[in-house]
Design a protein around this ligand. Structure first.
Ligand code: UD1
Length: 416
């Protein structure tokens, strides 16, 4: 168990580059399985989740070479179709490999990814999409065994625009001899990145970024090189770090339109934001103002930034209201922030935050990835020392976040 120790109260200033997107890298790494050839990916963040995905790819028989942010996957000799339970347990989104395995070899066996710290996270929508594609699913053994002779292109209407189910449906339908149309598809930018990647490799997919995606099946993919998009959640996290410390920071290599709802909320809090092509500058006010947020599927406010903006709102003037509409249990971090002096009232999916003048350093526990990042953000402004235990959660999804924040003037040390 590793720990971050933060000496709070340092104003953040300067420029920082945003890393490649975690949530785009994971499905794109899974998509390498579809390519009976060699895929080169650039700008892949060096984080625990991408390491687990690489571990699974190797287990399945892929050759994987990694140097810095470049990963080369040779998937010509895939020889397994089961994802071992221990790897499945390490990362829920390994379920995304099912669609890719089914697309490539018509078979995939995996265990239930199970619940996690932010909610139950079922996979019924993924399985329903597979059934629509003529895939036979057996759930009687404790494992989920998916098989088909041939994927049957079809219409898939998702009951909810699930990001993972949309990605799995795309991956399973890429190599077919017909057309699949997904309606009520998730519209997240990471799905657009998956489409761009697959099309660069020879797929024929259109509509990502809207709620209707059409996949015209192709026989195979070809060798390809692709640069992963910047991480919009990391970008939002860094902006919140600038905001809470009264700072003045510039993010480089970012796609501003992908974080429009976050920019809007930070402006409502009184931050001045200047947007250039792939750069965002934030100047925080002397005193932040309260605001309210409701998390929604894209293009709404992202659930992954709910905890992080909530952290900022703990020191804003006035009362803020948050409604979490995506996951049912995403306020675990609040009790840890309360140990630092934050004032939360939680009722079901709603959190009411009464802004306080200051937070105090405390010993706190990260309980999930984004909740952990929220504690880190709070520690930056808290008086004295904050110790965050269990930072393994944070390391799953943020590349060098301590180093980046320290480059901007924070004082964070890591104890392993
Ligand atoms: C992805 C992101 C995660 C983000 C989430 C929502 C990755 C690797 N992870 O997760 O960071 O928080 O989108 O933006 O990209 N649901 C069902 N049945 C299903 C699938 C989902 O009920 O079969 C529910 C979930 O429990 C949740 C909601 O749908 O309440 C959204 O989940 P989904 O969009 O699927 O999120 P993930 O793809 O798991």
């Amino acid at each position: 168990m590793s720990t971050y120790i933060i000496n709070g109260g340092k104003k953040l200033e300067g420029e920082v580059k945003v890393s490649g997107s975690k949530n785009a890298s994971l499905p794109i790494l899974a998509a390498c399985v579809l390519n009976n050839g060699i895929t080169k990916l650039y700008n892949v963040p060096n984080i625990e989740d991408t390491k687990v995905m690489i571990e699974i790819l190797k287990y399945l028989g892929c050759k994987v070479k990694k140097s810095n942010d470049k990963i080369i996957v040779d998937a010509r000799k895939i020889n397994k179709f089961e994802i071992p339970e221990e790897l499945m347990r390490k990362m829920r989104s390994s379920v995304i490999l099912a669609g890719a395995l089914l697309g490539r070899i018509g078979k995939a066996t995996f265990s239930y990814p199970g619940g996690c710290d932010i909610g139950a996270r079922p996979i019924d929508l993924h399985l329903k999409a597979f059934e629509n594609l003529g895939i036979n699913i057996n759930k009687n053994t404790g494992y989920i065994i998916c098989k088909c002779d041939k994927i049957e292109p079809n219409k898939i209407n998702l009951d909810f625009p699930s990001v993972g189910a949309t990605e799995n449906a795309i991956l399973a339908s890429t190599l077919t001899s017909g057309t699949t149309v997904i309606t009520n598809a998730a519209m997240e930018p990471e799905i657009v990145d998956l489409q761009e990647f697959l099309n660069k490799a020879g797929a024929k997919i259109s509509g990502a970024g809207t709620n209707e995606i059409t996949i015209n099946g192709v026989a195979n993919l070809k060798n390809v090189g692709y640069k992963i998009m910047p991480d919009r959640i990391e970008a939002g996290t860094l902006l919140c770090a600038g905001a809470i410390t009264g700072g003045n920071i510039t993010l480089k290599e970012v796609i501003p339109k992908n974080i429009a709802p976050v920019i809007e909320k930070l402006e409502e809090c009184g931050c001045k934001i200047d947007i250039k092509k792939d750069e965002i500058s934030l100047q925080a006010p002397k005193k932040l103002k309260a605001t309210s947020i409701k998390t929604m599927p894209y293009p709404g406010f992202p659930t992954d930034l709910q905890a992080i903006l909530a952290s900022v709102l703990t020191v804003a003037k006035g009362t803020s209201i948050i409604v979490e509409n995506i996951f049912e249990n995403r306020y675990k971090y609040a009790s840890e922030l309360m140990r630092m002096g934050a004032k939360f009232t939680i009722e079901g999916r709603t959190a009411i935050i009464k802004g306080t003048r200051k937070l105090n350093g405390a010993d706190v526990e990260a309980t999930d990835l984004r909740g952990g990042a929220a504690l880190l953000i709070a520690g930056l402004i808290a008086k004295g020392k904050t110790r965050i235990n269990n930072i393994e959660y944070i390391l799953r999804g943020y590349e060098n976040i301590d180093i980046k924040l320290n480059m901007l003037g924070a004082k964070i040390t890591k104890e392993v």
